[in-house]
Design a protein around this ligand. Structure first.
Ligand code: AMO
Length: 445
């Protein structure tokens, strides 16, 4: 038996100001190296920082020209105040005056297939994804995923503070929840199973247990189209809750959570937002329009008549968002009362207008980022609706138990993490907000 000494701290946070004038030892990978006549600069990549380290040849014997980007080094040096302009570097108020360098590891290939030392990664999207272990090291890519990670954290923490319990539901499931053909079948011993399209059934069942639940996990969609808004695996941020007043409760909760998320981004991701040249959106009012009004706006703004359509076209989502920006000064529009025909069976129809559901989508800067709504909660209603859709009720009995044994009026939502991240970061393609995107052609890395 060997007992390890308990570390006093495992944090990688460095308060550079408190180290001013003192010696520090930093181990990291070289993001960028500039060798000059008098010595040079090493930009060192640490967990949350890209630190500028200055090497004076007269003081450090190590031959800088032997190093290269992506070498791992241990640097000893003194923390000094600095005024750095490069937005990729953080901190910008301090640098390290190096006194010692130890090389710990170096890449096996030289030169690297993509130059990650440039301000922009000058490569095609497919190259960026093929070389993901390397390209993700670029400061702009790191910024995107620091932002995505912060959204993920705050979504959960904000809901936990509001009394929601985190759940982890199975991803190997007995049936699709969302309807449609975009479901992956997998072999499961001697039968067929599916990859979960959403945690829908499980989060509903768990409302019967906790009243308020959330989940943040991958979901799978066998989308056959290669588009800039679809992934075949994405992170679904889900919540499900008992309703007090109506389906408006869900929009209230989503707005509160998003406000927390944006405040947290402003607080914790200022360097990343600045590097990407974006600001966090303002969400200071809840604007809702009915689905039918969205078609009317489209007609008025573009002359295109989609009024017979049971869903919103991507062009309509863009047009409605532009209209909302100029008319109500907001980047967010809740579109409510989608037609029952286009919503999954579990959606609750509006008792005053059964062709419509008490549901919504949230549009943000031109794209749907959330679907949500109230659900049916009586067993008999499920049976009736499923039969009207020619679904085999007996195949869903394990899920329907929840309703048989009593469920409160409830509802919830699913928010696509990559879509939200892409819109916050101003990315043209949702795949750029996925670490290792899965699309119809891509399964690697
Ligand atoms: P829906 O199928 O609309 O609803 O999905 C919810 C949100 O997930 C995101 N999304 C996607 N993101 C990337 N690639 C895809 N292929 C993709 N498909 C969907 C979108 C979308 O708004 N169970 C319901 C939610 C609920 O009612 O609670 C559901 O999954 O941001």
């Amino acid at each position: 038996m060997k007992e390890l000494v308990l570390a006093p701290s495992v944090s990688s946070h460095i308060d550079f100001a408190s180290y001013e004038g003192k010696e520090i030892v930093l181990t990291g990978q070289i993001q960028n190296l500039r060798v000059l006549a008098w010595g040079g600069f090493i930009i060192l990549r640490l967990p949350n920082y890209l630190v500028q380290c200055v090497v004076d040849k007269a003081k450090v014997a190590f031959p800088l020209e032997n190093l290269a980007a992506e070498c791992t080094v241990r640097l000893t040096g003194t923390v000094a105040p600095a005024q750095i302009k490069d937005k990729a570097i953080w901190p910008r108020g301090h640098e390290i005056q190096v006194s010692g360098i130890v090389e710990l590891s170096r890449p096996s290939v030289s030169p690297l297939p993509v130059d990650t030392t440039k301000k922009e990664l000058n490569c095609e999207l497919h190259t960026k994804f093929d070389l993901r272990p390397l390209t993700l090291r670029h400061p702009r890519e790191r910024a995107i995923f620091r932002i995505a990670g912060t959204i993920y954290n705050e979504f959960g923490e904000s809901l936990a503070r509001a009394g929601f319990t985190r759940i982890c539901s199975p991803k190997i499931v007995f049936s699709g929840a969302e309807g449609g053909a975009n479901i992956f079948k997998i072999g499961y011993f001697d039968r067929t199973a599916f990859l979960a399209q959403s945690p829908q059934f499980y989060k509903q069942m768990m409302v019967g247990v906790f009243g308020r639940v959330y989940e943040e996990a991958p979901v799978f969609r066998a989308e056959e189209h290669d588009t800039s808004r679809h992934l075949n695996e994405y992170i679904s941020l889900d919540l499900e809750m008992r309703l007090e007043n109506g389906f408006e409760d869900i929009m209230q909760v989503e707005t509160a959570v998003l406000r927390d998320v944006f405040a947290r981004l402003e607080r914790d991701c200022a360097p990343e937002l600045e590097l990407l040249g974006v600001t966090v959106p303002k969400l200071d009012k809840i604007v809702t329009i009915k689905f039918s009004e969205a078609h009317e706006i489209m007609l008025k703004e573009t002359g295109k008549d989609f009024r017979g359509e049971k869903d919103l076209d991507p062009e309509e989502e863009r047009t409605v968002c532009e209209y909302a920006r100029k008319t109500w000064d907001t980047d967010f529009v809740f579109v409510t009362h989608y037609p029952s025909a286009k919503r999954p069976f579990y959606a609750l129809d509006d008792p005053e207008n059964p062709g419509e559901t008490l549901s919504f989508d949230l549009l943000f800067r031109g794209i749907e980022i959330t679907t949500g709504g109230a659900r049916m909660y009586r067993y008999e209603d499920y049976v009736k609706k499923m039969e009207s859709r020619e679904m085999k009720v007996e195949l869903f009995e394990s899920y329907l138990q929840a309703f048989k044994y009593g469920m409160p009026p409830h509802g919830g939502l699913g928010l696509g993490l990559e879509r939200l991240t892409a819109q916050v970061c101003g990315l043209a393609n949702v795949k750029e907000a996925s670490l290792f995107p899965r699309d119809i052609k891509r399964l690697e890395p």
